[in-house]
Design a protein around this ligand. Structure first.
Ligand code: NAD
Length: 490
């Protein structure tokens, strides 16, 4: 089976192909047409042509097209979820959640077709009217990672389309099959040729070509901090609008009054769900000394029982990591952590599941020192570092000094502590009595410090990235009226 690039409403083969394999068993999922830089140029040309008419389609009609995409996604949810699991390994229940997020976003942003709110405000002159409206930004380039291959792109695609932009999407080369299947849904829904183009290629060339293309005015990137920074340098040179969502080092804070069973359930889900490969995955557990031993005991007991294997089996709780490179990277972080003096309570080894695939044993580390590699660096795998603290103030201080700032959660039954945490934690997402994962699409999503560059995805905030404000003044006085000058006594 071969999936192709989608340019100007046509599925286009490449001169070469690359392959996507199932990380649970290393079997071929599909051959993929390898886009060249010239394909990026063709996709941008198509998007440019389509922009002239797409921007003039009334926004409610664009919104209706997104509702149709949502309807088809609902019909195809199981088919897409199965392909998603084969493409990148997450367990099937989570793959369904990934697709569901796109369905939710399709309907949410479809509704924006009848809002896309601007505003009017009083003006200082007689017989004059002022309003601010949103224009589409133009041709946008979207670059996305593999860990949420449907959900994360949907946070960008739906707001971009409803606002009247045209798109070139470059998904991760780790998840091309499910990406192409996602684009097929837009074709089925009748999104016109050139409005939504797909470019798939391994390596950095296609992505760089997109970033550098003079006609691409806006770039929305989600991925690692190092790639994001390199894109930012290039985009800066070309004076482009750029939204970055990057790495995380998220923490769960546990106070000594917490509900310990809830802490255990929530920590296992937040740390080891998606095999720890969520941008919001908990990778630090900052626990107050009085409750630490009990929490560790329960976590070790439950972590050892987690079932690893092929995510298509509904009994499986933990799927593989994305590839061999990731497996080796995670293991080398674990070894470095041990060298730096942390103590593995369980895991800390590459796991054997029928001799196939890329599995890592869920790992708990005790005695992790603030500032050590395990405490500071994003590992992006099933590794949780436990850090003991004396007080709420110390917990918040440890949390906030991370170079990342995506998601933090706190478990406490004390309302004063909860509100202090809500005020003093500096991350883009804060959860009270819930793990670090589980954002809903109607609220802004994104991080501070090294995680982001000041933009947000999802919610109405997403529209800021994909629209430009245009302020319009209508003077119906029939004479020259000078703002800030006339109408003044002095
Ligand atoms: P990555 O940075 O390796 O790749 C992301 C995308 O960038 C891919 O499509 C890749 O092909 C492309 N790319 C790579 N080099 C490029 C270049 N020089 N120019 C243009 N494009 C280039 O990240 P990944 O391994 O796919 O994803 C994992 C990372 O994503 C983790 O760090 C995770 O925290 C982060 N992530 C963040 C969020 C968030 O919202 N903050 C969400 C999901 C994932």
């Amino acid at each position: 089976m071969e999936f192709k690039n989608y340019i100007n409403g046509k599925w286009v083969s490449g001169r070469k192909t690359f392959q996507t394999i199932n990380p649970a068993n290393e079997e071929l999922v599909a051959d993929i047409a390898h886009a060249e830089v010239t394909d990026v140029d063709s996709a941008v040309d198509a998007a440019k042509k389509a922009f002239d008419s797409w921007r003039l389609v009334p926004a409610p009609i664009r919104g209706e097209m997104l509702f149709k995409v949502g309807d088809i996604l609902k019909q195809k949810k199981e088919e897409l979820s199965q392909l998603l699991t084969r493409d990148m390994g997450k367990v099937i229940a989570e793959a369904r959640g990934d697709v569901q997020e796109a369905i939710d976003m399709a309907y949410f942003m479809g509704g924006e077709g009848r809002r896309l709110l601007g505003y009017t405000a009083p003006v200082e002159m007689m017989n004059k009217f002022g309003m601010a409206v949103r224009d589409p930004s133009g041709i946008v380039g979207l670059i996305t990672p593999w860990n949420f291959p449907i959900a994360v792109p949907s946070w960008k695609i739906f707001p971009a389309l409803v606002a009247g932009n045209t798109i070139i999407w470059k998904p991760s080369p780790e998840t091309p099959a499910v990406s192409a299947a996602f684009v097929e849904v837009f074709e089925l829904a009748g999104v016109p040729p050139g409005v939504f183009n797909l470019i798939m290629a391994p390596g950095a060339d296609a992505g760089k070509a997109l970033v550098e293309h003079p006609d691409v005015r806006v770039l929305s990137f989600t991925g690692s901090t190092s790639t994001g920074r390199s894109i930012a340098e290039l985009a800066g040179k070309h004076n482009k609008k750029l939204s970055l969502e990057m790495g995380g080092k998220n923490a769960i804070i546990v106070m000594d009054d917490a509900n310990i069973e809830l802490v255990t359930d929530a920590t296992l889900w937040a740390a080891f769900g998606t095999t720890g490969q969520r941008c919001t995955a908990a990778s630090r557990l900052i626990v107050q000394k009085g409750i630490a031993n009990k929490v560790k005991e329960l976590l070790v007991e439950r972590t050892k029982k987690l079932k690893l294997g092929d995510g298509l089996d509904p009994q499986i709780e933990i799927g593989p990591v994305i590839n061999k490179v990731a497996l080796d990277r995670i293991h080398s972080y674990v070894q470095l952590g041990q060298k730096e003096g942390a103590r593995a309570l369980t895991g800390a080894a590459i796991a054997d599941v029928d001799g196939k695939g890329f599995f890592y044993a869920p790992t708990l580390f005790d005695g992790v020192k603030p500032g050590s590699t395990l405490e500071a660096e994003e590992i992006f795998g099933p590794v949780l570092s436990i850090i003991e603290v004396e007080s709420l103030e110390e917990a918040i201080e440890v949390n906030n000094r991370s170079k990342y700032g995506l998601s933090t959660s706190i478990f406490t039954q004390d309302v004063n502590r909860a509100f202090t945490a809500m005020r003093d934690i500096f991350t883009g997402l804060v959860y009270i009595n819930h793990g670090t994962t589980g954002a809903e699409i109607q609220f802004p999503f994104g991080g501070v410090r090294g995680t982001g560059n000041g933009h947000r995805e999802a919610g109405q905030a997403a529209l800021e990235v994909f629209t430009e404000w245009k302020s319009i003044y209508v003077d119906y006085s029939g004479k020259l009226q000078r703002a800030q000058i006339d109408n003044r006594e002095e």
